[in-house]
Write a protein that binds this ligand. Structure first.
Ligand SMILES: *Cc1c(COP(=O)(O)O)cnc(C)c1O
Length: 425
């Protein structure tokens, strides 16, 4: 047994499944997970001293790579002033100014501690504001482990084949209408069947938790129009895409503005953070101004704010998006060429530093298409890559990420390993 296996055996005795978040357990790719001892730049070092090129980037947040010196410095500076105040602090104002400045639809913003809290609060706020109770979500979209959103959810919930979690009362789930992504006609008919009852439509504008899926032309515009016509709150869950697809997320790239936006991941610079924001009249429904309650002992935590501000400032100063897209294209076209060479059907949707590998003949437009792809082939490729120092996400239904710490030669090196893997399918 190596060190990782020993740690996993120990962990399983005292932590359910040995992990603190289910996808980390490698259930869908088989084998035991490696334990990470150190993360630096584009690489992870395992407990057994193996170096891996990392395409998971802590599931999105590490857009600057691991342990970026400017973020580390910001955290260590903040450490000297105390780790939690329980009163408002100056960094919270700076963070709010940055978010309002960068995200087109956000006029006011509140900090919380995770993406899950952000989407949960958006839903409550939309219900409080509209006085309606139903919500619409899309199959395969993952919005954290919020009760009413864990219905036909993506990410870990999908990987384990039980999209509907136990412990969620049927009466809660009944308030959630689940529709296929990329089809406007089903949204229209759901709204007419539930006239004046739907508070919000929540969507990952570019779904990234059942692989990476892009909207068809006009789809997001259509959702915006339908929401406006029916006085339904449009919520963009940009926890994954925010500050990654562009500084202002998908809403900046597409010019489509939601009413509320959930944020997280990158805005914490590697520390636990979430945020949600939107139009002032809706946000002012929150306590202490309005009747919708939402709170957090550690919300706006000074260490998390320092890390997040440093992360956002780095993005503003260096505008790395063209470089990230170059690397993304190098990877996606490279792997597509390899697949063609071995006549293995492969789809590689990619925007900037996000992409995924679907072993499928046809383009993937929704969850059903994603599930029809060949997950066994992914599993096979994953294992060979891992043995050769390349860490892809441990599930066929997750998105790959690149950071600014990745170099062209890392991608070239990874493609060589992928070629080896494809030749062995
Ligand atoms: C990761 C993620 C969440 C949940 O964020 P946590 O910080 O894990 O609670 C919500 N929505 C999307 C789109 C995500 O990718």
């Amino acid at each position: 047994m190596n060190k990782s296996q020993e740690l996993f055996e120990k962990a399983k005795k005292i932590i359910p499944g040995g992990v603190n978040s289910p996808v980390r357990a490698f259930r869908s790719v088989g084998g035991t997970p490696f334990f990470t001892k150190k993360a630096l730049g584009a690489k992870l070092t395992t407990a057994d001293e193996t170096e891996l090129i990392d395409y998971v980037c802590t599931w999105g947040p590490a857009i600057h790579g691991h342990d970026h010196p400017q973020i580390r410095e910001a955290i260590s500076k903040a450490l000297h002033h105390g780790t939690s105040f329980g009163t408002p602090g100056p960094d919270e104002v700076e963070m709010a100014e940055l978010l309002v400045d960068l995200v087109p639809s956000v006029e006011k913003v509140r900090m919380c501690n995770s993406g899950t809290e952000a989407t949960m609060s958006c839903i409550r706020l939309a219900r409080g504001f509209t006085g309606r109770s139903k919500i619409i979500k899309f199959a395969g979209c993952y919005h954290g482990h919020v009760d009413s959103l864990l219905v036909k959810a993506g990410s870990g919930a999908l990987t384990f084949g039980n999209p509907d979690s136990a412990g969620i009362p049927e009466s809660f789930a009944r308030e959630t209408i689940v529709l296929p992504y990329n089809d406007l006609s089903v949204v229209k008919s759901a709204l007419s069947q539930n006239d004046n009852q739907v508070a919000a439509i929540i969507v990952e504008p570019y779904p990234a938790n059942c692989g990476f899926i892009l909207p068809k032309d006009g789809y997001l515009e259509g959702l915006r129009k339908i929401c406006s016509e029916n006085k339904v709150i449009l919520i963009f869950d940009e926890v994954m895409t925010g500050f990654r697809i562009s500084l202002g997320g998908v809403q900046q790239r597409t010019g489509i503005t939601p009413d509320l936006t959930a944020m997280g991941k990158i805005i914490g610079g590697g520390l636990p953070v979430g945020a949600f924001g939107g139009k002032s009249d809706i946000m002012d429904y929150l306590a202490p101004l309005g009747p919708v309650y939402q709170a957090g002992t550690l919300s706006g935590n000074p260490l998390a704010m320092a890390a997040g501000i440093a992360s956002l400032k780095l993005l503003k100063e260096s505008t790395p998006y063209d470089f990230l897209d170059e690397l993304g294209k190098q990877f996606s076209t490279g792997v597509k060429n390899i697949a063609d060479q071995y006549s293995i059907p492969l789809q590689v949707p990619q925007v900037g530093s996000m992409f995924s590998l679907f072993f499928s003949e046809k383009p993937v437009h929704n969850l059903e298409d994603a599930l029809a792809s060949n997950a066994d082939q992914f599993k096979h490729i994953f294992q060979i890559c891992l043995k050769n120092g390349v860490y892809l996400p441990p599930s066929a239904y997750e998105t790959c990420f690149i950071s600014t710490a990745h170099e062209k030669k890392d991608i070239t090196n990874s493609l060589e390993k992928l070629e080896k893997a494809f030749s062995a399918i």
